[in-house]
Design a protein around this ligand. Structure first.
Ligand SMILES: Cc1cc2nc3c(=O)[nH]c(=O)nc-3n(C[C@H](O)[C@H](O)[C@H](O)COP(=O)(O)OP(=O)(O)OC[C@H]3O[C@@H](n4cnc5c(N)ncnc54)[C@H](O)[C@@H]3O)c2cc1C
Length: 317
């Protein structure tokens, strides 16, 4: 009965059962989700939120899974992924009827941009740069979606999403769609009010500035080259494992604790960048979690600094 209702809300072929989360995380780790659903529109997702609330079914939202460590036992209840490729439509009316806003909609008017939560940040950065807009170049190499990015207030190279956000379309835990000013989202370093409230980002309105397309694209290429040089992009990971502690760099602290290359099973501290925990092939979530705890303990003993994970743990531990 629950399955049929879920399929009715999301559309045929958009629900699967016992879906391996390793297929949906950049760590390539994670056991099965009981239900895995990929709604395409804000209204469909809001319906799923209401259904799960009514049935008291746990609901977890993900984007591209690029900041996640999912338990080997998987996730109970429903995992709802807001994904989508970039569908660029230049001549659309502003702010379509909210419930029909699909997660991959994206349009520009002047220096303002409206985009669905499922758009890959990298695609959004490149398309806005190519349109002669400046303000998202730093995000060209962040492998998340806009929704996950807003939830984490993702950033790099001195920029963060909070800098250009005007308002955000949220799905409240009761399934209501509301447009909220960015100033009310408590956006801070890798944090937002959604991390406490469980609200879901369905889309956003961004304010960029006029720029030069060639220059903006060149900056993206330059940032991406820096990433390739410094980060172990050849291995599955979830990016920086720890937040930057005030006054320090996590990677440097980990290196100074003698942990470069330290491994538990196939979970390893990257030798290229100690802030990254990588999967050498067959790492389990348990091994990664043990490695996180070991790093925290050793850095605490060595430097007296508490490292807080940036990676978010999901599922049944
Ligand atoms: C190689 C690599 C490099 C990276 N570099 C950077 C970097 O430079 N800067 C940076 O900030 N991050 C970086 N990251 C981490 C990651 O890409 C970001 O945190 C990104 O914003 C996560 O987006 P996502 O769509 O993958 O979210 P997910 O990983 O799927 O989810 C992250 C969290 O957000 C929640 N969530 C996801 N979508 C929504 C939504 N629509 N509404 C509400 N909650 C949601 C999830 O429940 C989860 O708690 C990197 C990761 C990798 C693998």
């Amino acid at each position: 009965m629950f399955l049929e209702e879920l399929e009715m809300l999301a559309g045929a072929g958009r629900v699967s059962r016992q879906e391996p989360m390793a297929l949906h995380t950049t760590f390539q780790i994670g056991g099965p989700a009981d239900y895995y659903v990929t709604p395409q529109k804000a209204g469909e997702a809001a319906g799923i939120v209401r259904l799960c609330q009514r049935e008291q079914m746990p609901l977890t939202v993900i984007g591209n899974g690029s900041n996640l460590l999912v338990s080997d036992k998987g996730v109970r209840g429903v995992v709802m992924a807001l994904e989508g490729s970039l569908a660029f439509r230049e001549n659309r009316a502003l702010l379509p009827k909210r419930a029909s806003w699909s997660f991959y909609d994206f349009f520009i008017k002047g220096t303002q941009v409206w985009a669905g939560a499922g758009i890959p940040l990298s695609a959004l950065a490149v398309r806005t740069a190519a349109a002669g807009l400046s303000g998202l170049e730093y995000a060209g190499g962040i492998p998340g979606t806009l929704g996950g990015g807003i939830m984490m207030n993702a950033g790099a190279y001195g920029g963060e999403l909070a800098d250009c956000l005007k308002e955000v379309l949220l799905i409240r835990p009761d399934g209501e769609l509301v447009l909220v000013a960015a100033a009310d989202l408590k956006l801070g370093y890798r944090t937002s009010r959604m991390q406490q409230t469980g609200e879901i980002v369905a889309g956003a309105h961004l304010q960029l500035s006029e720029g030069d397309a060639e220059q903006a694209l060149a900056r993206i290429r330059e940032f991406n080259a820096r990433r390739r040089e410094k980060q172990p992009l050849e291995y599955p990971s979830a990016g920086s494992a720890f937040k930057r502690p005030e006054g320090y760099f996590a990677g440097k602290l980990i290196q100074e604790a003698g942990l470069s290359g330290f491994r538990i099973g196939d979970a390893q501290i990257s030798e290229k960048h100690c802030g990254f925990l990588i999967n050498r092939g067959a790492a389990t979530a348990t091994q990664v979690r043990e490695l996180i705890q070991e790093v925290q303990a050793r850095v605490w003993n060595q430097a007296g600094v508490r490292l807080e994970p940036e990676i978010r743990l999901l599922g049944d531990w």
